[in-house]
Write a protein that binds this ligand. Structure first.
Ligand code: ADP
Ligand code: MG
Length: 469
């Protein structure tokens, strides 16, 4: 068995690792660290939760022991797609770098430029940044990238999803060609491979698990539900209530708007929960995350972008309130549980409209996911008899792809809710009842769309300037 001391790390780093309580390196750490220490470029591919952060933080700490930083010229740069991830990497430097006197600067949105400028001015050994914020700083002329010896591009697949690649290209151009580049991703689709080819020189490639596998320790189930929001919420509450071993869970939604709606609904039902979404300020995000980690808020409702790669150890359950539209997101979501050999459970609520997405997921992970209690079609009788008309209308149109958006194909004249079975508690309880409401808000608020592939939640500020009003 390989131990950390076989990897070539410095004594200072090794003692911090021991204090952190890690007994042995994860496979990606074992594969990447020795090469990173010889200053080779590394392309590391391993699932979420497999310890990629330490795969670059530990060798960087060792390499940084020689030399010192000069004012305004950081020695290393780590790019992260979101503020949370950047903040987590900074925490890793605190933890593993406790025996080093390094100046670590975190350049993320929501923190004042002045404070960040001061850190840069002092000379940063490590700069951790989101791409947009870094460019803001370089454009202000107070940050020189010509001294950067190591560039880390972390969570590359998410960078691509969020539209950060042009920014990264600009950044790579202002960093010396002679740098060492460490590139990490949870998945390696062809577009990511192309990027890696562009940014890396003669890299060592370390691929740990097949990029689309889900952990064998996660028990996965599909849960059939009728398609209306209140029905899905009811389904969710009932699976949550069935779990005797639920310690903490993340509940994933496809849209920011559903995150907010679901949070409100769960809180009305007196579940202790919080939410993470891209619009929250840094302080609230950190607080929510901390409360979740401390167990004060056992349920966390989140969108993919907000939760990507977050370091939340030991989550017992993942609930997919929506079937993810991109199959890879399923792998990422499920990757939040069943870590480090622990047992985890993942439940995905699926309606009759989700068939296509479920198929894509099963194809990607190369296995069938079991249904908990029958399929959506076995629920469907009442559901489908209710709306023969829109169906006919739909099929008259050109084969419209099944949409994950709810409410679209409800009969216009049918919001006679009272004709039906008694309404569930939550909707009777003063929440928005009618579908009309939602239609109106959909028109007004494009937020209620599936998370776009381009920028996701984190649209760079400059793009919003003209768009706000
Ligand atoms: P990734 O970036 O691959 O998604 P992280 O670097 O965020 O994963 O690590 C996931 C979790 O695993 C963190 O809680 C981290 O503290 C823990 N971890 C990292 N390395 C080890 C190790 N060698 N042994 C045990 N736990 C580890
Ligand atoms: Mg990571």
């Amino acid at each position: 068995m390989t131990s950390f001391s076989d990897l070539g790390l410095s004594p200072k780093v090794l003692s911090a690792v021991t204090e952190a309580g890690y007994s042995e390196p994860t496979p990606i750490q074992e594969g990447a660290i020795p090469h990173a220490l010889t200053r080779r470029d590394v392309c590391g591919i391993a699932q979420t939760g497999t310890g990629k952060t330490a795969s670059f933080v530990l060798p960087m700490l060792t390499l940084l022991e020689r030399g010192r930083a000069r004012a305004r010229m950081p020695r290393t740069l780590i790019l992260e797609p979101t503020r949370e991830l950047a903040a987590q990497v900074a925490e890793n430097f605190d933890k593993y770098g406790k025996n080093h006197k390094l100046n670590v600067a975190l350049l993320i949105g929501g923190v004042s430029f002045d404070e960040q400028d001061r850190k840069i001015e002092r000379g940063a050994d490590v700069l951790i940044a989101t791409p947009g914020r870094l460019l803001d700083h370089t454009e202000r002329g107070k940050l020189l990238m010509t001294g950067v010896e190591i560039l880390v591009i972390d969570e590359a697949d998410r960078m691509l999803d969020m539209g950060f690649i042009p920014d990264i290209e600009r950044i790579a151009k202002i960093i010396p060609f002679t740098r060492q580049t460490l590139f990490f991703s949870a998945t390696m689709p062809p577009e990511i491979q192309k990027l890696a080819d562009r940014f890396l020189q003669n890299p060592v490639r370390i691929e740990v698990a097949p990029p689309s596998s889900t952990a064998a320790t996660v028990e996965q189930k599909l849960v059939a539900s009728k398609g209306k929001d209140y029905e899905k919420r009811e389904t969710l509450r009932s699976i949550i209530n069935q779990q005797d071993d639920l310690k903490n869970a993340i509940i994933f939604c496809n849209r920011k708007k559903s995150v907010a709606d679901l949070l409100r609904s769960l809180q009305r039902h007196e579940y202790a929960c919080g939410a993470l979404h891209g619009d929250m300020d840094q302080h609230s995000r950190t607080t929510i995350l901390q409360n979740f980690r401390d167990g004060k808020l056992p349920l966390l409702v989140a969108s993919d972008v907000a939760a990507r790669g977050l370091d939340i150890p030991d989550v017992s359950h993942v609930f997919n309130y929506d079937v993810p539209i991109h199959a890879e997101d399923y792998v990422h979501r499920i990757g939040r549980t069943g870590r480090a050999g622990r047992k985890g459970k993942a439940f995905t609520i699926a309606t009759s409209k989700d068939t296509k997405f479920v198929d894509a997921i099963e194809k990607l992970i190369d296995r069938k996911i079991e249904w908990l209690d029958g399929t959506p079609s076995s629920l469907g009788a009442e559901d489908s008899s209710e709306k023969p008309e829109p169906r006919a209308r739909r099929s008259g149109k050109k084969q419209q792809a099944p949409s994950a958006a709810t409410g679209k194909d409800e009969p216009k004249a049918a919001p006679q809710q009272d004709n039906r079975a008694p309404r569930p508690k939550n909707t009777a309880n003063g929440s928005k009842p009618a579908n009309d409401d939602r239609r109106r808000s959909r028109r007004r608020d494009r937020d209620d769309e599936p998370t776009p592939v381009g920028f996701g939640d984190d649209i760079p500020a400059f793009m919003l300037i003209g768009a706000k009003n």
